[in-house]
Design a binder for this molecule. Structure first.
Ligand code: PLP
Length: 375
């Protein structure tokens, strides 16, 4: 069986988790948490990176930091994971879904401006498959209307837009370290904070509304409840798992990109015959090999292909059912304008097995099987 995903594992994780245990520091903000945050800040030139219990929680933190309240509107694509919307909806916001571009499956930047109302507070670009949204345009619109930008960079660790790391361009960037992502700690994530002014409040929100972070740094002699917050710190054991992969982040990235390019090369003939569509990477974007997807002609063909691959012991999966068509999406959101691509393109999309360490033989087996299907 060729799995769709295998969580990243470098071999050092067990040793590091053991170290965390021996340090008698298995709660949050121990040695490995610090190592991970510092690594992220250095690598991506970001003012502050805080590890969180998930990307969902990182996005929730961003919503609290932006004082999102009842009636505020947040613009995002409908083709995304539920967390993107949920994090704002739990603060009382309404979601305004905008159509995607068919080439990258990202928010269509040309449709954002007309979806803005006097209630709009935030734009949330989701960098699907680790390929950047058109960030210059999005940041210009945000500036013009005085809106915040929260990047859902859950899949985008190590990707760039015009040489800038994804997650570092908007006010806040949210990363996921779930086991399905390129770098993992089981469940976990990080929030990237661009402006130094936001750091102190972020630390408070993350520490149950207390100024405990300041206390641990010796800046105050006792800590107390100062604002709203929750508990968004991951255990240092999880951070230890993650740190092993950060140490070889470039190797993991290169390995995934090699697999991605092999898929692309082997499937190009099928695209030339007009049978499938391959992903598009705009010139200003460097991607991270998070995902390899193809697009079939339609939903029916995709379902048949999934079955065919399954019979051949290959696990391939589709992705999001657009949020605006879900029960909660209807209740908490509305679709602005026309759904030209969101539903249609999402029904065609099929993700192929992709993980750190997948072998060329396995990739050949997958592409041979797809070729046979189309014969
Ligand atoms: C994985 C993912 C999330 C959620 O990440 P968690 O760490 O599981 O909370 C959010 N948005 C996108 C686009 C994702 O792919």
């Amino acid at each position: 069986m060729i799995n769709f995903n295998i969580p990243p594992y470098t071999g050092k994780e067990t040793e590091y988790i053991k170290k965390a245990i021996e340090n008698h520091k298995i709660c949050g903000d121990g040695i490995f948490t610090k190592k991970c945050s510092e690594w992220l800040e250095r690598k991506f030139h970001i003012t502050k990176a805080l590890l969180t219990t998930s990307c969902t929680h990182a996005t929730e933190m961003a919503a609290i930091l932006l004082n999102i309240k009842e009636g505020d509107e947040v613009i995002m694509p409908s083709y995304t994971f539920v967390s993107t919307a949920d994090a704002f909806v739990t603060r009382g916001a309404k979601v305004v879904f905008v159509d995607i571009r068919p080439d990258t499956m990202n928010l269509d930047e040309t449709l954002i401006e007309e979806a803005i109302t006097e209630r709009t507070k935030v734009i949330v670009p989701v960098h699907y498959a680790g390929v950047s949204c058109e960030m210059d345009t999005i940041m210009q619109i945000a500036e013009k209307y005085n809106l915040a930008v929260v990047e859902d960079a859950a899949q985008a660790m190590m990707s760039t837009y015009k040489e800038r790391a994804l997650g570092t361009i908007g006010n806040f960037g949210c990363i996921s370290f779930h086991e399905t992502k390129n770098y993992s700690m089981g469940e976990g994530g990080a929030i990237f904070i661009r402006d130094a002014n936001d750091i102190e409040r972020a630390e408070i929100i993350r520490e149950k509304g207390t100024n405990r972070s300041k206390f641990f740094r010796g800046q105050i002699d006792k800590y107390t409840w100062v604002n709203v917050g929750s508990s968004y710190l991951p255990s240092d054991m999880n951070a230890a798992y993650l740190y092993a992969q950060l140490e070889i982040a470039e190797e993991i990235n290169q390995n995934r990109l090699n697999s991605w390019h092999l898929y692309y090369k082997l499937l190009t003939p099928l695209e030339k015959e007009g049978k499938i569509t391959l992903p598009v990477i705009p010139d200003e974007c460097k991607q991270n090999g998070h995902m390899f997807y193809i697009k079939t002609t339609n939903l029916e063909e995709r379902m048949k292909l999934i079955e065919y691959l399954k019979k051949n012991e290959i696990s391939a999966v589709f992705h999001y059912v657009p949020l605006h068509s879900s029960p909660a999406g209807k209740k908490y959101g509305r679709f602005y304008g026309e759904d030209i691509y969101t539903t249609k393109e999402s029904e065609r999309l099929l993700r192929l097995p992709m993980y750190y360490g997948i072998t060329s033989e396995e990739i050949y087996r997958v592409t041979d099987c797809i070729m046979k299907f189309y014969k």
